[in-house]
Design a protein around this ligand. Structure first.
Ligand SMILES: *[C@@H]1O[C@H](CO)[C@@H](O)[C@H](O)[C@H]1NC(C)=O
Length: 823
């Protein structure tokens, strides 16, 4: 028999053991603030104690506030947190909760709103903003409905305290039912992720705040905060499925095997990885359909999308399928086995960033791979979508970057409404609207495209500096003067790194000034790499460094100015004049030479890692120079042992071998260069979602055409009649070799160069005029002289390169004079 005393002992013992279990398997945040607002007593929810904000331990700075109480019977929320929703605090003036920080880094802040009526305060109609020191979390809270609302944000906290401020809008008040604020495990939020459908291959997240839009458990099972190690709610996916006819919910939680693998239960618990939604092809072995989930999001923002995968089936064959975000490939022929060491039950997740500009939808699909012949399968276990704050540090649509187009939309619809009877006005307005949107779109495209790279022939200047390393360092005041105090009208490009300004130094050298936006680790590392690389290497086909500035946390790089912008701009998507076939060959030869020099010019090979048409710049003579060395690395001897988890580079150009095995060699650059060659030949983007599926992926489509001998059919119409068949054949074969699946089968950059020179020879020397006769005579002259120059400069010695720089400068002047004469 157990007497009362023993019973208590037993209880204490049990709780002690439970505590031990909890601490060894659960997560204990260093900073952990849980507050039940407006309550006079502490409230316990799932073993977590929410402290009353009347308690002295809570720092609440407020002049006017009221503790509001709701009668128990009117609680209608069946949320886990409903115990917290009996009370609220009402703020009639600006009020701040202040939380001292013990551990810097990522934290979650969860705000709980459960509006009810208290005396004269109808919380459903409260209007207020919520902000921290650096971010606007909510610009204008408007609930309207009566359910509970939990808003979750992840902030990287670098100061000693976090202040959360509630500010009522005019004649209104603010309220809050509960707040959770706690540290997160480091691994939870990535430093950055691959960007889909944009120029910025990789976006740095370190300084950004994220707002959780949705957290979904596929397999249509809710995972509640009690069972999640970080008290997250995972909602069921059924409600988001586009058409669920072919979707099948499966569950096998026992098969999830965390041990020894990278994602831990803190990324997502076994309950999430152990259920999935699958494409059901049992009825029809030739099923060709996607399983698609559609989410409502605000346009004008970037979103971090995290996919969770885990093979919980008993199938003997690995599954192979495609993963899409909107219409972009997130992963082509995704094979989980390539990412996990264990075949079955090993969880895996991958992150992407995508900008949503024109719609309010973000869709995610998994669907059959073309390489699977029958009974295709595709599955997904979990998905998280997080909104990234905009450049103004806000999550609010009203402040989003597409604000302009949204407000113009509203304006237009108003006008249309008013002028309903006047047919003429409607037509006029719609035309204006369309023009406006088009211009806005073009502007956006330009904006994204221009990126970090422009420069010119500062030949003489660079030669002077190359002898003394310290000579590169520029005082901040000089740069400020050169750019007219960073005048916005001089911005020639905006990239992930920051803005690029056109500047003029005192000696009248034109320069491109890249100013880093943030002193983040990532940015700093890339800044250093770029300066190191550029100051080591001097080549007429690599963009030259003129100087840099690191005064007062500034990260500024000064390059030679390149008159004609990026190669990409001259191929598609802009109004720049298009290049002739000969010019295109010259550009390919020039950039191949630059890359060849990188790979072989010193004892250790340098891998560029971000070869793309937007990183090849053209000077006044359309001479190509390779730019942007922020990601460059010495390799491969350094990298054979080092397997970096973050795949860097640009979507569409990435070597498949690097993607799957993270094996980085010079041949990764060769692959990307092959992609550039196809862009050059076909005059279209690498991924073009507006085209039929078969043609969307340039590499896939061109390889197919090349194999069937129809490459000629997809040549850019603007140059189609200039290309000689032999030249095309050589060019096509070379590109094909560059794009070989296996790095070992790809030629070296030197071989590529040789083949391109040969293709140029096959094209012959006589110039054909462009069909519309638009190419001015001077340009042809330039090209011919270039060809002769390039033959004599085949070797890569340093002396030649310096000679090359000054020669091309002289040449530029000659051409400019000629141009002036003819106009
Ligand atoms: C699956 O979705 C992608 C992206 O939207 C689309 O390109 C593809 O054609 C779809 N596949 C099928 C079979 O509908």
């Amino acid at each position: 028999m157990i007497n009362v005393g023993n019973f208590f002992e037993l209880q204490i013992w049990i709780s002690f053991v439970l505590c031990l279990i909890y601490f060894s398997f659960g997560f204990t945040p260093i900073d952990n603030y849980l507050i039940d607002c407006g309550s006079f007593t502490n409230t316990s929810v799932d073993n977590r104690v929410f402290v009353s904000d009347n308690s002295s331990s809570i720092h609440l700075f407020t002049q006017q506030n009221i503790s509001a109480n709701i009668s128990f019977s009117s609680i209608s929320s069946n949320s886990n947190y409903s115990a917290l929703y009996h009370t609220a605090r009402i703020f009639t003036g600006p009020s701040t909760y202040s939380f001292p920080i013990k551990q810097k880094g990522r934290h979650w802040i969860r705000l709980h709103f459960f509006p009810f009526l208290y005396e004269i305060y109808n919380m459903s109609s409260a209007k207020f903003s919520v902000s921290t020191q650096s971010f606007t979390l909510i610009r204008e809270y408007q609930s309207g409905n009566n359910g509970s609302l939990v808003k979750e944000y992840s902030l990287n906290i670098t100061s000693d305290k976090l202040a959360v401020t509630f500010t009522p809008l005019a004649n209104s008040f603010a309220f809050l039912n509960a707040i959770e604020f706690f540290s997160l495990p480091d691994e939870l939020i990535p430093q950055g992720a691959t960007t889909i459908g944009s120029q910025n291959g990789y976006q740095n997240l370190q300084k950004q705040a994220l707002e959780t839009v949705v957290r979904v458990n596929m397999g249509n099972q809710v995972v509640s905060p009690q069972t999640d190690p970080l008290w997250r709610l995972w909602v069921a996916d059924d409600a988001f499925l586009a058409h669920n006819g072919l979707a099948k919910f499966v569950s096998n939680v026992e098969s999830v095997n965390f041990t020894g693998e990278k994602p831990t239960e803190q990324i997502a618990p076994a309950d999430v990885y152990g259920t999935a939604t699958m494409l059901n092809s049992e009825q029809n072995p030739h099923t060709n359909a996607n399983v698609t989930w559609i989410f409502h999001v605000d346009s004008g923002f970037e979103y971090l999308v995290r996919f969770h995968f885990c093979d919980i089936s008993n199938a003997s064959q690995p599954y192979l399928f495609n993963v899409y975000i909107n219409t972009w490939y997130a992963s082509h022929d995704f094979n989980l086995q390539n990412f996990t060491t264990k075949t079955k039950g090993a969880p895996f997740y991958m992150d992407f960033i995508i900008r949503v500009s024109d719609s309010h939808k973000l869709s995610v699909s998994v669907g059959p791979s073309t390489t699977v012949e029958s009974y295709p399968t595709a599955f997904l276990n979990g998905l998280e979508i997080m909104k990234i704050n905009n450049s103004r540090g806000s999550f609010d649509v009203l402040e989003s970057e597409s604000n302009f187009s949204t407000s113009s939309k509203i304006r237009v619809s108003l006008i249309v409404g008013l002028a309903a009877g006047l047919f003429f006005s409607i037509v006029l307005v719609s035309v204006l609207f369309l023009l406006c949107r088009r211009r806005k779109k073009l502007a956006q495209i330009d904006h994204m495209k221009a990126e970090d790279k422009f420069a010119m022939n500062g030949g003489g200047v660079t030669a002077i500096f190359s002898s003394t390393k310290t000579g590169y360092r520029f005082p901040f005041v000089v740069i400020r003067e050169a750019t007219d105090n960073f005048n916005e009208s001089l911005v020639i490009g905006v990239g992930g790194f920051g803005k690029v300004y056109k500047g003029v130094l005192r000696d009248e050298t034109m320069v491109a000034v890249k100013r880093g936006g943030s002193q983040s680790h990532q940015g700093l590392a890339e800044f250093r790499t770029e300066i190191e690389m550029l100051s080591q290497f001097r080549h007429r086909h690599l963009v030259s460094l003129i100087g840099y500035c690191d005064e007062q946390d500034e990260m500024i790089i000064i390059y030679e100015y390149m008159e004609n912008g990026t190669l990409k701009d001259h191929l598609y998507g802009s109004n720049f004049p298009s290049l002739s076939w000969r010019q295109r060959l010259d550009v390919c030869i020039g950039s191949a030479r630059g890359l060849h020099y990188l790979h072989t010019g010193s004892t250790k090979a340098i891998i560029h890692r971000d070869v793309k048409s937007a990183n090849i710049l053209l000077d006044a003579n359309f001479m190509a120079k390779v730019a942007d060395f922020g990601l460059s690395k010495t390799g491969p001897d350094l990298d054979q042992t080092h397997v970096s988890t973050a795949v860097r580079g640009s979507f569409g150009y990435l070597d498949p071998e690097y993607l799957t095995r993270q094996k980085l060699t010079e041949k990764s650059d060769v692959y990307s260069f092959g992609v550039v060659m196809l862009e050059v030949l076909c005059g279209r983007p690498v991924i073009d979602p507006s085209l039929p599926r078969e043609e969307m992926d340039l590499v896939e489509w061109a390889s197919k055409c090349q194999k069937s001998g129809h490459l000629g059919d997809i040549v850019d119409p603007k140059i189609n009649n200039q290309i000689k068949p032999e030249s095309l054949k050589k060019f096509g074969e070379t590109a094909e070799k560059c794009l070989a699946r296996c790095g070992l089968d790809r030629p070296s950059m030197g071989d590529v160069l040789w083949n391109l020179e040969y293709a140029l020879q096959l094209q012959g020397n006589e110039e054909k005029c462009s069909p519309n006769g638009e190419i001015p005579l001077q340009t042809n002259l330039v090209n011919q002289s270039h060809t002769t120059m390039s033959i004599s400069e085949f070797s890569m010695g340093g002396m030649h390169d310096l000679a090359g720089i000054s020669m091309s400068k002289v040449f530029a002047q000659m051409v400019q004079e000629e141009t002036r004469e003819s106009y």
